[in-house]
Design a protein around this ligand. Structure first.
Ligand code: NOJ
Ligand code: CA
Length: 544
């Protein structure tokens, strides 16, 4: 085999400091959190829509897999305009998914299996069908109207703000007023300068915390407050979902928002073991990290890897800058490689066999990094982005752009559980899933992969088991280094060092090592007394 020799892990990197090992770590600092897209996970009653009963029945799968917690995308009654992120009632369950007693039963079952349940909370906007917005439409002078951003009728919208889903961020009411929606028109933005809004969300938090949930993923946590004068953003811009910067300075990241997180943190502090993880889509990771200062949210999701192409400079920068930024505020990094808003990683990394090999290597990297890891349902099966016919698409991004932007339906297609015609998503084979499942997805079914020791699923399960055994993985300190196409993350913890070495190039490399290979992401890794031969797009964990 022709291979280039690299001395992996020798370049200097930035250490990430964590609390002293003898201190007991809160669970969320190094948890592997499995993201359940509820609508697409498992259908319990045969209507083609995933639900809480279906999820409950599949909890043993998540326990078998070895994750620590699950985060469930919004389960609330919703207008259905944005996959549940347009909430009508924050203290209830959409009848499509079940009822509050199903959440309680889910939490109880999960606890029996050692799993925690984290809910999604959506404080930036409500549904246009929320009772407050309805009242505000009916009467401009009612108290509810001041809980949103309305402006009097005029020719032009009040400012140049754009919706992240395309078009202006202002729409008209039937009586000609303008109202603000930074997402779809069916998602009017709340006015957090009205104290009733904050009080009501505190009630919502307590409502679910009293039912035993272990915390919340906080939607659009960098939003909520807008520039007090609603001034124009500096210039023309076409926003996408991730990576907002100075071009949207008036819309996001207002200093007042941090007080909300301080209040929410103090609520969580009354419920030991609970946590907040914020969705903070700002480009500047130093700004993102500020949302996780010790008295704010426990974590903020780090999305840089979601946007990184498959090369060592991009990955090293994403990892190194997150370790530094979060390290400065003493928070662990919450790593994300996939979610319900982004193309599946197999497809992002090139698709086909290459994309799959890279996604496997990326998973091995993800699960080595210090901090918590967020695994999106279906990524453990190596699902690619699905082709969804235009007429079946639901995403407002697709619909509002007249198809110019593909939108997110392709990463939200139901899970294939078995290799039958209906892929086992619903109890009745004939049930029509809410988004069509490609016929070839039977090959990715859980039932097949559990029997195949070389499957992606088996790899995730093995990786999670090894991670649980080695404090160097997920906790402790890490440095990141590159040497050409080889990325090395050196993790230390519990008095041991484990290197995660990823060959991101097209040729095999030899990694100097006399250590023990704990895990390999794919076939073709050869170990000798002094080195490990690593094929292209492959990662290993080496205990030195
Ligand atoms: C972020 C969520 O992840 C996304 O799915 C949603 O469309 C927006 N926030 C608006 O709530
Ligand atoms: Ca159902």
């Amino acid at each position: 085999m022709s291979a280039r020799l690299v001395a992996a892990g020798t370049a200097a990197g930035q250490p990430w400091s964590s609390p002293a090992p003898e201190q007991e770590q809160p669970w969320w600092r190094s948890a592997v959190v499995y993201q359940v897209y509820l609508r697409s996970f498992a259908d319990g009653n045969g209507d083609g829509i995933g639900d809480l009963a279906g999820l409950r029945a599949r909890l043993p799968y998540l326990s078998w897999l070895g994750v620590d917690a699950l985060w469930i995308n919004p389960h609330y009654p919703s207008g259905g305009a944005d996959g549940g992120y347009d909430v009508v009632d924050y203290r209830a369950v959409d009848p499509e998914y079940g009822d509050v007693s199903d959440v309680e039963a889910l939490v109880a079952d999960a606890r029996q299996l050692g799993l925690r349940v984290v809910l999604d909370v959506v404080p930036n906007h409500t549904s246009d069908r929320h009772p407050w917005f309805r009242a505000a439409l009916a009467d401009p002078d009612c108290p509810e109207a001041s809980r949103y951003h309305f402006a009097p009728p005029s020719e032009e919208p009040p400012n140049n703000w754009r919706s992240l889903f395309g078009g202006p961020a202002w729409s008209r009411t039937p009586d000609g007023r303008w109202y603000l929606h930074l997402f779809a028109p069916e998602q009017p933005d709340l006015n957090w300068r009205d104290p009733v809004v904050a009080d009501d969300f505190e009630r919502t938090l307590r409502f679910w915390l009293d039912r035993g949930v272990s915390g919340f993923r906080v939607d659009v946590a960098y939003g909520l407050y807008k520039d007090a004068g609603l001034r124009d953003n500096p210039g023309e811009y076409s926003p996408t979902l991730f990576g907002h910067g100075p071009e949207q300075a008036m819309t996001w990241n207002q200093p007042e928002v941090h007080d909300v997180w301080r209040r929410w943190r103090s609520v969580c502090d009354e419920y030991p073991g609970t946590m907040l993880v914020g969705e903070v889509c700002l480009a500047d990771l130093d700004e993102v990290a500020l949302y996780s200062r010790p008295d704010e949210m426990h974590q903020s999701l780090s999305f840089r890897l979601l946007k990184s192409k498959w090369d060592t400079p991009a990955f090293a920068d994403a990892i190194g800058s997150a370790l530094e930024a979060f390290g400065r505020v003493g928070a662990p990094v919450s790593w994300v490689l996939g979610n319900h808003d982004k193309d599946r990683m197999v497809t992002r990394f090139g698709g086909g066999e290459t994309g799959l090999a890279r996604a496997r290597a990326a998973a091995v990297l993800l699960l080595a990094l210090p901090g918590s890891a967020y695994v999106y349902a279906g990524d453990e099966l190596g699902l690619p982005q699905a082709h969804v016919p235009d007429e079946a698409r639901r995403d407002p991004i697709f619909l509002r752009s007249n198809g110019a932007r593909a939108g997110r339906d392709g990463c939200r297609v139901p899970m294939p559980w078995n290799a039958t015609a209906g892929v086992g998503f619903s109890p009745a084979r004939a049930a029509k899933p809410w988004l069509p499942v490609p016929a070839e997805w039977r090959q990715h079914a859980v039932s097949r992969q559990t029997r195949d020791s070389g499957s992606v699923l088996s790899l995730y399960r093995r990786a999670l088991a090894v991670r649980a055994e080695h404090p160097a993985l997920g906790t402790g300190e890490a440095t990141v280094a590159t040497d050409g196409d080889v990325l090395t993350v050196t993790c230390t913890g519990g008095g041991r060092t484990v290197r995660c070495v990823v060959n991101m190039g097209g040729e095999s490399v030899l990694v100097r090592s006399s250590g023990q290979v704990l895990l390999e992401s794919g076939p073709g890794v050869h170990t000798s007394a002094r080195s490990v031969a690593l094929p292209p797009d492959t990662a290993v964990w080496i205990a030195d």
